[in-house]
Structure formats: structure tokens, C-alpha cells
Write a protein that binds this ligand. Structure first.
Ligand SMILES: Nc1nc2c(ncn2[C@@H]2O[C@H](COP(=O)(O)OP(=O)(O)OP(=O)(O)O)[C@@H](O)[C@H]2O)c(=O)[nH]1
Length: 303
């Protein structure tokens, strides 16, 4: 028997816990069972009480105090401790049946996904062995990043890095879409959903061509500070362009839109998660699936 799970990840404040809450609410509204696992040892308040809470094993606050560690070192200590005491997580998960969607709410420190091999190890234990959970990652990036294009591409690079580190199906999500409604043209938004390197050239806050020309022709005002600014600006532009081009060339990252307050939007993202983990294929045929609303699925694709 398979089990099914989603690892909700992303930078601090991306909206992970809000998405978990919205997802649980949506599953409950649709009479689907879910199992909520909090793996953030610093999380304090929950709209739904977790079925497993890492804080019952170890809390970041205690680790920081007792081991004299900072928040990032403390978090890594907590995850190493979890890996040494994996029964805490795996024993209760053994009992979870294939109808459940197991939701893992992760901490926001992206070092966990990009720098150290702790999370890949944890994922291997969950996906292989006796648990055999069909898992995908839901990587959230805040949609307001698209207002600042270098920030958006840096965030997209972190999503790509997590995809490469974790080697599992990924559903990338631009969260908090309600905050950019009306601020970005629909046509432009589609280019962020499938990141397009030319967005860097068209960034209204950059004048790379003009700055570069001025520098080459010695037309800066002669002030060394101003020349340095132009040079730094040009290098920053080149770096951003190279990062964006890398992302574009790999064609690995595309985003779904999410407004956690909108149940249709949550349902659309869930459809992609279900597809990635092949949830429906494993369920007993209960009733015909012509109930799926294709309009909802299209709404996440940017139409
Ligand atoms: N407008 C808007 N705000 C949101 C949305 N989702 C989350 N927020 C807000 O964003 C802030 C951070 O949300 P969280 O869900 O706590 O984010 P997180 O990723 O779990 O944060 P960490 O656990 O600290 O990494 C909160 O103030 C939320 O109310 C959304 O869809 N729209």
C-alpha cells in the first residue's frame, strides 16, 4: 500500500503555514482525510492542531538556550536530532492509510534545502523503505518578488536548487497572488509563471545598455564613485541576466498561482499535487471522475 504526502517548503514568510491551513480546510470541505505534520521546531500557533509536531521531540527555543546556538545552527541541530530519532516520525506514519494526504509543514530556512544534505536524507527515509510515501514538494515563492525582478530570479534559483537537491516531483507556487492583482499585466504574469530571461532586459528599474555605453565611452561624470556605481550596476545586470538565462535554459521551473483565501485557487494547486503523487490512481474507484472542474485547473495556469 502506498501513502501520499506533500512537503510544503519555501523561504521564510512565503505563506507555507497559511497554505497548509487552506489546504487542510479545503480537504475537509471535500471530505478527504489529511494528516498534518509540523516539522518547524519554531512554529507556535496552528489553525489546525498537528497530528505530529516536531516540538514534542525537540524545540528550537530549548536547543538555542541549552546548546548556545543561533537560530540556523539550532535548526540544523533539531533536524540532525530528528534523523537520529526517526521513529518519532515514522512510527505514527506507519498507521496512515492511502486515503490520507500527509502534509509536512517545513521551516523557512532555505539552507535546509540548498546547503546541507539533511532534507534529502529525511526525504529518502520517507519515500523509500517501509513507509514508501509517494511525495512531492510544494515550493512557495512570494508573488510580490515579481515586482523586483532580480529578487524573483534569485527566488526561482532557490526553487531550482531545491528541485536538484531533493530529486522528487516539484510543484512550484507563486503565493499571495491577491497582493499583485492589478499590479502586473496578465501578459507579463504569464512570463513569470514560465520564467523568461528577457524579463531582466525589460526591467524598468534598469538601464543596462545606457549605463554600459556611458562607461565604455568614458561619459560618466568622472567621479570615481559614480564610475564604480555604473560598473557595479552593469555587473549586477550581467549576473542577473546569466542567472535568468540559466533558469530559462534548464526549463525546470514553472509556477502555479495561489491565493490562499480563494478556495478554487487552493483546489487547483491541489489538483497538480494529486497528479504529481498519483493520488487518484491509487484510490478505489468510488464514483466517475467527470466531476473534475477543468475551469479550476486552468485558473492556476494563468488563463
Ligand atoms: N495577502 C496574503 N497574505 C498571505 C497569504 N498567505 C500568507 N500570507 C501572510 O504572510 C505572512 C506569512 O505567512 P505564513 O503562512 O506564516 O508564512 P510561512 O512561510 O509559514 O512563514 P515561516 O514559517 O516564518 O517561514 C502572514 O502574515 C500571512 O498572513 C496570501 O495568500 N495572501
Amino acid at each position: 500500500m502506498s501513502k501520499f504526502g506533500v512537503l510544503v517548503m519555501g523561504p521564510a514568510g512565503a505563506g507555507k503555514s497559511t497554505f497548509c491551513t487552506a489546504l487542510i480546510q479545503h480537504l475537509q470541505n471535500n471530505k478527504r482525510p489529511c494528516y498534518y505534520v509540523n516539522l518547524d521546531p519554531a512554529a507556535e500557533e496552528f489553525a489546525f492542531e498537528p497530528d505530529i509536531d516536531i516540538k514534542d521531540l525537540i524545540s528550537l527555543e530549548d536547543v538555542m538556550e541549552e546548546m548556545s546556538l543561533g537560530p540556523n545552527g539550532g535548526l540544523i541541530y533539531c533536524f540532525e536530532f530528528l534523523l537520529e530519532n526517526l521513529d518519532f516520525l515514522t512510527d505514527p506514519l506507519e498507521e496512515v492509510t492511502d486515503e490520507y494526504l500527509i502534509i509536512f509543514d517545513m521551516p523557512g530556512q532555505i539552507e535546509l534545502y540548498t546547503h546541507v544534505p539533511i532534507l534529502p536524507n529525511l526525504v529518502k527515509h520517507l519515500m523509500r523503505g517501509s513507509l514508501n510515501i509517494n511525495m512531492c514538494a510544494a515550493y512557495l515563492l512570494e508573488s510580490t518578488f515579481i515586482i523586483d525582478r532580480p529578487k524573483f530570479f534569485a527566488g526561482t534559483l532557490s526553487a531550482m536548487s531545491a528541485m536538484l537537491m531533493l530529486e522528487m516531483p516539484h510543484v512550484n507556487i507563486l503565493s499571495k497572488m491577491d497582493l499583485v492583482k492589478g499590479r502586473v499585466a496578465k501578459r507579463d504574469l504569464k512570463r513569470f509563471l514560465n520564467p523568461d530571461a528577457d524579463l531582466v532586459d525589460e526591467d524598468p528599474s534598469w538601464r543596462p545598455g545606457k549605463d554600459q555605453e556611458e562607461l565604455e565611452e568614458g561619459r560618466t561624470d568622472g567621479d570615481p564613485a559614480s564610475t564604480k556605481n555604473v560598473m557595479a550596476g552593469t555587473s549586477f545586470y550581467r549576473l542577473n541576466k546569466a542567472v535568468a538565462q540559466l533558469i530559462d535554459d534548464f526549463s525546470m521551473v514553472s509556477f502555479l498561482k495561489l491565493d490562499a483565501q480563494d478556495e478554487d485557487s487552493v483546489g487547483a494547486v491541489l489538483s497538480y499535487i494529486d497528479d504529481a503523487i498519483q493520488y487518484h490512481e491509487a484510490q478505489e474507484p468510488k464514483e466517475p471522475r467527470d466531476d473534475i472542474d477543468t475551469n479550476i485547473i486552468e485558473s492556476a495556469m494563468g488563463d
